[in-house]
Design a protein around this ligand. Sequence first.
Ligand SMILES: *Cc1c(COP(=O)(O)O)cnc(C)c1O
Length: 360
Amino acid sequence: MQSSFWSPVVGRLTPYVPGEQPKLEKLVKLNTNENPYPPSPRVIAAIQAAARQGLQLYPDPEAMALRQTIAAHHGLAAQHVFPGNGSDEVLAHAFFAFFQHGCPLLMPDISYSFYEVYCGLYGIPVETVPLTEEMVLDVSAYARADGVSVAGVVIANPNAPTGMGLPLQQVEQLLRLHPTRVVLVDEAYVDFGGESAIPLIAQYPNLLVVHTLSKSRSLAGLRVGFACGQAHLIEALERVKNSFNSYPLDRLAIVGGVAAFEDQAYFEQTRAAVMNSREGLVLALEDLGFQVLPSQANFVFARHPQQDAAAIAAGLRARGVLVRHFRLPRIEQYLRISIGTPAQCDELVQALGSVLSGLA
Ligand SMILES: *Cc1c(COP(=O)(O)O)cnc(C)c1O
């Protein structure tokens, strides 16, 4: 309910609606792209140790230990890394820092829906660029005639919610099309088979790459994400962050994030398990008659040519399986299904078989 106490802009916001986080434990939860595996035991041990020591003190405002760990992992220097309270916060600061030029920000018509929410928050005009019929990002559609200003470009690669990856060469074309603006590449899912643009940072002063520990490192509950880019971009993010919250990362998040990068073997093992399950799930979905877009992420985006997606999602919900359905143009007949453990994928396929025979 609107209230006269609100700043006028609050009533005009269109907030992001996250996927359902049910209280019930028994559901097969394949709706928010979390990792089905727990974080590395080393993360838990590090958090427990930090919880026993030092919580009465503020954390390091620069989270330098985490910056250095991430930088070393990606072959960068600490001044090329900006960590934050989940990549959503890092993205919000980046939109504030780089895209408020009074002209439109370019983004795909089908992408992470939070991007438009930040634009609403900061009053950034948006120009959506349609993906092709096949849900492919056509880089040439991002070119603008001389004299036409844009605020920048934001894409997710692999894209959400399609799961489809853009080859690095085409990311480079985007960077060259808009050399005076930031091209933000959100690589939330890159560890599940995508190609990271981080190696291009030295060459492109306009490239900002954003990562999260929520998906491939099983830490959605800890809230850690980061941006990588040249020092002048990172400095802008610092200025915004230090005008908002000096301590976005608490002591537990800093040590947990460091430990996640130190257990490379666990990371390799769990992401390989997710990618393996994905291949099996795609085949099982195709057997059930689904058309599945090629995924390089920890989810698949699928539609059934005969049955309504909302009806399938409701049928799955009634059988204790959660998947994500977006009531949005072009994708309302698709379901986004996160990759679970092999047992969860089996339960999904069983439930789908039952739902489809009920609808037929
Ligand atoms: C999950 C996701 C995020 C948010 O990640 P957090 O670090 O959990 O805030 C950002 N971008 C995309 C495309 C995502 O899918």
